[in-house]
Write a protein that binds this ligand. Structure first.
Ligand SMILES: NC(=O)c1ccc[n+]([C@@H]2O[C@H](COP(=O)([O-])OP(=O)(O)OC[C@H]3O[C@@H](n4cnc5c(N)ncnc54)[C@H](OP(=O)(O)O)[C@@H]3O)[C@@H](O)[C@H]2O)c1
Length: 323
C-alpha cells in the first residue's frame, strides 16, 4: 500500500486508514481481529479510533474499540509499525462534550490506558468547542505533545475558519498545529441544509484551506454506508440532490465497466484527488475489506475522470485543471 504525507509533519501514513469504530461492539472480537489482520497484510498501517467508540450502541456503555485495538496491537506485536489515531471531545457516559483543558488531559490518559500505549500518534479534537477559548485548547494539546503523550494533532467536524484560527493561534504561540482534518466526505455531496448532528460535512472552504496550508484530508463515512454498491443501502437521507443521481449513474457505469463494486470506485475517486486524501474505511466483513482495498488498484482514464468530476466537485480540485 502506498503512503500519503501527513500535513507538514514530514511523516507519511497509509493511503487507506482503517476505522475500527464498531470493533469490539457490533463487530465481535474474532471478526475484528480478522479484519485488522487483513488490512495489515495488505500493508495498511494506520488505524482510526476514538474514546467514545461505540458507546452509543445499546449494551455498550463503555468504550470497546480502543481496548480492542490495544489488544490486537499487543497480541500481534505491531505497535511500533502502526500509526494509531484517536479522538476526544464528544461526550459519553459522564464526560460532557467539551475541549476543556482538564478534560483533554483526562481523556488522553484514559485513551493511552485503553490502547495500552505510551503515545497517541495522532490525536483529533473530535468536535469543535465554541465555549472553550481556542488558546486554551491549543495550549492543552501542546502540553500533551510536550509530555510525549501525543505526537500529532488533527481536527474533526470543525468549520474551516475554526481550524484556520486555531492554527494561527498555534503558530503565534509556538504550539503544534492541526496537521489534518477529518470531515464527513464522500463522492456524493449532501444537501445544503442536511443535518448530520455533530458530524460536519466537508466544504469548499475546508478543502481550500487544507490545500493552502498543507493539511491532509481524511474523509470519514467515505462509502456512505456502502450505498455505492449494494441494493439494500439507498443513498442516505440528506443527499437527495438531482446532481447525486447523475453521480450515482457515473459510479455504476464505471464500476460495471471495470468489473468492480461501486464502493471501490467511490473510494478510488477519493484517492485520485490532487491533494493528500486518506479515506477512513468502515467495514464489518472480509469481503468489504477486499473491495475497499481494491480501490488502490484502480486508475481512471481522462474520460472517466471528467465524467466523475464533471457534475460538481469540492474546492479547487476541479477536473479541468487535470485534463
Ligand atoms: N470523525 C468522526 O466524526 C467520524 C464519524 C464517523 C466515522 N468516523 C470514522 O470513519 C470510519 C468509517 O466511517 P463509516 O463507518 O461511517 O464509513 P462508511 O464507509 O460510510 O460505512 C461503513 C459501512 O458501509 C458498509 N460498507 C463499507 N464498504 C462496503 C463495501 N465494499 N460493500 C458493501 N458495504 C460496504 C458496511 O456496512 P455494514 O457493516 O452495515 O455491512 C460498513 O460497515 C469509522 O470507522 C471511524 O473511524 C469518524
Amino acid at each position: 500500500m502506498d503512503t500519503t504525507p501527513l500535513g507538514r509533519t514530514g511523516e507519511s501514513v497509509s493511503e487507506l486508514c482503517l476505522g475500527p469504530m464498531y470493533f469490539g461492539s457490533t463487530v465481535d472480537r474474532e471478526t475484528s481481529f480478522g479484519l485488522l489482520d487483513r488490512y495489515y497484510d495488505a500493508g495498511g498501517r494506520f488505524l482510526d479510533t476514538a474514546n467514545i467508540y461505540a458507546t452509543w450502541v445499546e449494551g455498550y456503555d463503555d468504550p470497546e474499540s480502543e481496548p480492542l485495538v490495544g489488544e490486537w496491537l499487543d497480541e500481534r506485536g505491531v505497535r511500533e509499525e502502526m500509526t494509531v489515531a484517536t479522538k476526544l471531545g464528544f461526550g459519553y457516559r459522564d464526560v460532557p462534550t467539551s475541549l476543556d483543558p482538564d478534560l483533554v488531559a483526562q481523556e488522553i490518559d484514559r485513551s493511552l490506558d485503553r490502547l495500552g500505549t505510551d503515545t497517541i500518534d495522532l490525536l483529533y479534537a473530535h468536535v469543535d468547542d465554541p465555549d472553550t477559548p481556542q488558546t486554551d485548547v491549543m495550549g492543552a494539546f501542546g502540553e500533551a505533545v510536550d509530555a510525549g503523550k501525543v505526537r500529532h494533532l488533527g481536527a474533526s467536524n470543525f468549520p474551516a475558519w475554526r481550524v484556520a484560527r486555531a492554527n494561527r493561534i498555534a503558530e503565534e504561540r509556538g504550539l503544534p498545529r492541526f496537521e489534518c482534518v477529518q470531515p464527513r466526505f464522500s463522492y456524493l455531496i449532501p444537501d445544503r441544509d442536511a443535518d448530520f448532528g455533530g458530524q460536519l460535512a466537508t466544504t469548499d472552504e475546508l478543502v481550500d484551506y487544507c490545500e493552502q496550508a498543507d493539511l491532509t484530508l481524511l474523509p470519514y463515512s467515505p462509502t456512505l454506508q456502502g450505498c455505492y454498491g449494494r441494493d439494500d443501502r439507498p443513498v442516505p437521507e440528506g443527499y437527495a440532490r438531482s446532481e447525486n443521481r447523475v453521480k450515482m449513474r457515473a459510479i455504476e457505469d464505471i464500476a460495471d465497466r471495470k468489473g468492480v463494486n461501486g464502493n471501490t470506485v467511490a473510494l478510488a475517486w477519493l484517492l485520485d484527488r490532487d491533494q493528500p486524501t486518506v479515506p477512513v474505511l468502515g467495514v464489518s466483513t472480509l469481503e468489504q475489506v477486499e473491495q475497499n482495498l481494491a480501490a488502490t488498484d484502480i486508475s481512471f482514464s481522462g474520460a472517466e475522470r471528467r465524467r466523475l468530476n464533471g457534475v460538481e466537485s469540492y474546492g479547487f480540485d476541479s477536473w479541468d485543471r487535470r485534463g
